[in-house]
Design a protein. Structure first.
Length: 337
């Protein structure tokens, strides 16, 4: 048959996986080789249709279900029905479309990746620039708005509640040490040890969940801000510089890793959303340790103030990238593809 069963281990069929079918977006590139791309038919709330009538994946927005036809079994009428994820309904509500789906295995679970696309209207930049300066979460992400007359119109750091994260992280570390003691005494299968392990896992999950939620919300807010102003977006994601700063601040290794990984996730989320809405963006080095006026090395004074011994420029460290952005006065953004 056309799609073959090479994606699924015999003798399983997608029917066996009905309850564990995972939805997601585009699979990672290294996955794609073994993945099978499928055409889709979209049936909208008003009964109108788009796509290939014989497509194996039918997205039915009337009942919010996805029907998989004849996937892995060449039987006429063999259909598996699964509920449609809410984000698909939301994306389509925003004018998006799901022209392709990919099916494959991820961690031995069948995975249906729905590839949402959006036809974007040309974005007419207004001359506003939204500058996003990404630091690891301990220093936060800062954003600034530069207006068409080249003035910093708004500036604000976005910082998660670090005290909360610290509390959860250190509590998990403390419990890990207790658990280590029990293990050394050979007591690691006692109910007490198991309870400790559950508590540790719950605390770690809390840290991740909190940071993910924070990143998701802030990325969305920034994209909405850019859309409202029709601003072009300049992003400086100096992850390496942040890593050095984190080392200087003597943040525990485990927490440092979490901060860096979640910061990278934030950048990815931001880019995905900017692309979705067709907002032009560029990555731009906006260094906070070099003078934006004369490019001399800046000296850090107490209270994170940066000063130039050559020309007298002085600004809070977090604002230096904004001054670099001011230099990009006639910056031309390319329209996203
Ligand atoms: Zn200078």
């Amino acid at each position: 048959m056309k799609f073959g069963c090479r994606t699924f281990p015999n003798p399983y069929s997608i029917k066996d996986f009905k309850t564990s079918l995972i939805f997601g977006t585009t699979p990672k590139r290294w996955f794609a080789r073994t993945w099978v791309p499928l055409k889709t038919l979209r049936v909208y709330a008003d009964g109108s249709m788009k796509g290939d009538k014989g497509a194996p994946v039918v997205l039915d927005f009337r009942g919010s279900v996805i029907r998989l036809r004849q996937v892995c079994r060449n039987e006429p009428g063999f259909v598996v029905e699964v509920p449609m994820p809410r984000w698909v309904i939301e994306r389509v509500g925003e004018g998006g479309d799901v022209k392709f789906a990919m099916i494959g295995l991820k961690d031995n679970e069948p995975y249906l990746a729905l590839v949402a696309e959006r036809v974007v209207e040309p974005y007419v930049p207004s001359g506003y620039r939204l500058v996003v300066d990404v630091n690891a979460w301990s220093n936060g992400v800062a954003y600034g708005i530069v207006n068409p007359s080249n003035r910093i119109a708004e500036y604000s750091p976005l910082r998660p509640n670090l005290r909360l994260i610290d509390t959860w992280y250190h509590k998990a570390e403390k419990l890990s040490k207790e658990l280590g003691k029990l293990k050394r005494l050979g007591l690691d299968s006692t109910p007490g040890a198991k309870r400790l392990w559950r508590e540790i896992k719950a605390l770690r999950r809390k840290v991740y969940a909190y940071l993910r939620d924070f990143a998701q919300k802030r990325a969305h807010e920034l994209v909405m801000k850019a859309l409202r102003l029709r601003a072009g977006v300049l992003i400086d994601d100096m992850i390496e510089e942040s890593r050095r700063e984190l080392l200087e601040e003597k943040i525990p290794r485990g927490l440092r890793k979490i901060y860096l990984a979640e910061t990278r996730r934030f950048v990815k989320l931001l880019i995905t959303q900017l692309r979705w809405y067709g907002v032009p963006y560029e990555f731009k080095r906006l260094p906070s340790t070099i003078c934006p006026v004369c490019q001399h090395e800046l000296t850090q004074l107490p209270g994170r103030t940066m000063a130039c011994t050559n020309c007298g420029f002085k600004a809070p460290r977090d604002l230096v990238p904004m001054h670099w952005a001011l230099r990009e006065h006639n910056y031309e953004f390319e329209q996203p593809q």
